[in-house]
Design a protein around this ligand. Structure first.
Ligand code: ARG
Length: 381
């Protein structure tokens, strides 16, 4: 059955507790087993089941919320960095639901996460959705940090094309773009409370830590003026735990180099920098077999990793991340837990076959607690 030594077999889920059925209280509360010894867990379960049956947000204690957050990270099929799931710091801000209070808490979240460059993972949980209906608070940005994408005449875009709709919305809501727009203008925040109305929050100067990109061997690289922010804080996913949805529950990890070097700066539908870098490297772009794209990718990724290290901002390379994922997988297996994982998300977008995850079959199944995509909030005047 075993093939090459790197061809790891996925185990099948060993207990139904790893398989979630949204709305099934048994599955939704199974995470309590990780928090309490058996007897205590049963009592808590009964109490919480009653709340869920009465259609209320589960009244989790802060300690339970902390573990729900950590297990959601452990469960999340698209994340390669789950070895570190126990290090998640959870801020219980379920009492906050006004845009002003949420904005203040988000500023703290970013400052704490950025640290002095050490980058720690945080999850901040704001007020849950009410089952009776009515909108929950939402953060309209896809991340706390992001660069504007300005649509120019003739369809040209200055900045990050991924953010053009959001940039338009911010401008409609009265955001003043800088007098001299650049390709790296930080976007303001848009937050709504229970009334669903979007409110604009300009960023305080100096809040977002950024890293200028330069190359250890090519001095011309710095003059390209590339930069990226230190920490990705995901703000648009719904956190679901104990039968309750938290549509505003921002969380962050630290960057893996390829997210920026291969995707954000390299993708043709993002900053599309490979042709420019290939030209600077003097590569032949007329023939794909010159591997100009691959060589430009390599130098761009090298520059990104080098720059974050030089700035003292935590970043993992894709080889290390891959090894950590395998370790996580083995660790989970030794505890009798199969992991849900999406191969297309776990395998790095560069030198895939040189990483062990490429040679590892994976399967995805529903889990709880977890983070889920949700439709972006819609603006209507
Ligand atoms: N890929 C996204 C970006 O480049 C960030 C997604 C989350 N990444 C992370 N390392 N936690 O901004």
């Amino acid at each position: 059955m075993s093939q090459c030594p790197f061809h790891l077999q996925p185990s099948t889920p060993t207990s139904p507790k790893s398989v979630a059925d949204e709305g099934d209280p048994t599955a939704e509360l199974a995470f309590l087993e990780e928090v309490y010894p058996a007897g205590v867990e049963l009592k808590r379960r009964a109490r919480l089941e009653a709340a869920i049956a009465a259609d209320q947000a589960a009244p989790l204690t802060s300690k339970e919320l902390i573990w729900a957050g950590r297990i959601a990270w452990r469960n999340h099929a698209r994340c390669i960095a789950r070895l570190h799931w126990k290090s998640l710091i959870v801020r219980d801000h379920r009492g906050l639901e006004t845009p002003e209070a949420i904005a203040a808490s988000l500023r703290e979240h970013l400052i704490l996460a950025q640290g002095d460059g050490a980058v720690r993972s945080y999850l901040t949980v704001f007020a849950p959705a009410e089952r009776a209906g009515g909108p929950a608070p939402r953060i309209w940005n896809s991340q706390l940090c992001g660069y504007a994408g300005y649509l120019g005449t003739g369809g040209t875009i200055l900045g990050d094309p991924a953010n053009t709709p959001f940039t338009d919305l911010a401008l409609q809501l009265g955001w003043q773009r800088p007098k001299n727009p650049t390709a790296f203008d930080l976007l303001p925040w848009i937050i709504s409370g229970r009334d669903g109305q979007p409110r604009l929050f300009p960023l305080p100067q100096g809040l977002v830590r950024e890293v200028p990109i330069h190359h250890p061997d090519h001095s011309w690289f710095e003059a390209l003026g590339l930069r990226w922010y230190a920490v990705p804080v995901i703000t648009q996913m719904r956190f679901r735990a104990a039968g309750t949805d938290y549509p505003a529950a921002p969380f962050n990890g630290w960057y893996m180099g390829t997210e920026i070097g291969s995707r954000n700066l390299g993708d043709t539908h993002r900053y599309n920098l490979l042709p420019l870098i290939a030209d600077r490297l003097g590569l032949d772009r007329r023939r794909s077999r010159s591997l100009w794209q691959d060589r430009a990718l390599l130098e761009l990724n090298h520059a990104v990793l080098h720059s974050y290290a030089a700035a003292g901002v935590k970043m993992v390379d894709h080889h290390t991340a891959s090894e950590e994922f395998i370790k996580f997988r083995d660790q989970e297996a030794s505890r009798g837990r199969a992991i849900s994982a999406r191969w297309d998300w776990i395998v790095p977008p560069m030198s895939a076959s040189a990483t062990r995850v490429f040679h590892t079959p994976m399967s995805e199944f529903a889990t709880t607690p977890d983070f889920h995509h949700q439709p972006a909030p819609a603006f209507s005047r």
